[in-house]
Design a protein around this ligand. Structure first.
Ligand code: ADP
Ligand code: MG
Length: 246
């Protein structure tokens, strides 16, 4: 499971996260919702340590790091934590000069030092899972956005992360292409992939998330089962925000 405890993160004098706690049980999908600028991406980036929190604690599985405003976290521990995560970005971010299968193999070969044959085998299995086998040797630029995002999901899953972090995985896609990405994520959810995803795609959140966390003003305003948060939000701010989702 993953636990974020009292995470604080400021940029200069802009406090973005003011003590945010989120728990994602193993096998659970949690959707992070909130207005643009509410800190969803920052929180995801604090999980894989692309941003370093000034306070709080991040735990994934058996690895845990506490943060202080001036203490530098141990590099080895940071690396260990980061390797338990896989990240899917809004704009895919595939390596443009590598083919589809090479994109998926990359971390296995360079980080995990797998032999290329074994890495390619695993990459092809993952491409099959996301329905992209036929494009294994294609270049990213020749794919639709939905296809690129499915490859990006396969790439993020290749090193078997404990948690898949998704930052607005469908928001760069028009609705028809978003559907194929929602279907892939839904299948992963059914298979028990632990996910924390920032999204304002109500269809994505309500089809696959079992829990929802609503972030506003640097705080968690409301968190709970998706059915409850979407169906009967307790806080008026949540109610207002949810009515803006499409
Ligand atoms: P969201 O993903 O919910 O739209 P973000 O986490 O991207 O929100 O941003 C939250 C706030 O943090 C915004 O005010 C944004 O300008 C600020 N911010 C995010 N990243 C940085 C950064 N690297 N440097 C300075 N400010 C940042
Ligand atoms: Mg964002």
């Amino acid at each position: 499971m993953i636990a974020l405890e009292n995470i604080e993160k400021s940029f200069g004098d802009n406090p973005v996260l003011k003590g945010v706690s989120v728990v994602v049980p193993e096998g659970n999908v949690t959707a992070l919702i909130g207005a643009s600028g509410s800190g969803k991406s920052t929180l995801l980036r604090c999980v894989n340590l692309l941003e370093i929190p000034q306070a709080g604690r991040v735990s994934i599985d058996d690895t845990s790091i506490s943060f202080t405003p001036d203490g530098k976290p141990d590099r080895t521990a940071m690396l260990a934590l980061r390797r338990k995560t896989g990240m899917v970005f809004q704009n895919f971010q595939l390596f443009p000069h590598r083919t589809v299968v090479e994109n998926v193999m990359e971390a296995l070969v360079t980080v995990k030092k797998w032999p290329r044959d074994k890495a390619r085998q695993r990459a092809l299995e993952l491409l099959d899972k996301v329905g992209m086998t036929a494009k294994a040797d294609a270049w990213p630029a020749s794919l639709s956005g939905g296809q690129q995002q499915r490859v990006a999901i396969a790439r993020a899953l290749a090193p078997s992360p404990k948690v898949l972090l998704c930052d607005e995985p469908t928001s760069a896609l028009d609705p028809q292409l978003a559907v194929e990405v929602v279907e892939v994520l839904a299948q992963l959810a059914r298979e028990g992939t632990t996910m924390l995803m920032a999204t304002h795609d109500l269809r994505l959140a309500s089809t696959i998330a079992s829990n929802v966390v609503y972030l506003d003003g640097g705080h968690v305003v409301e968190a709970g089962p998706a059915r409850q948060v979407f169906g009967a939000p307790a806080d008026p701010r949540t109610r207002t925000f949810i009515s803006t989702l499409t």
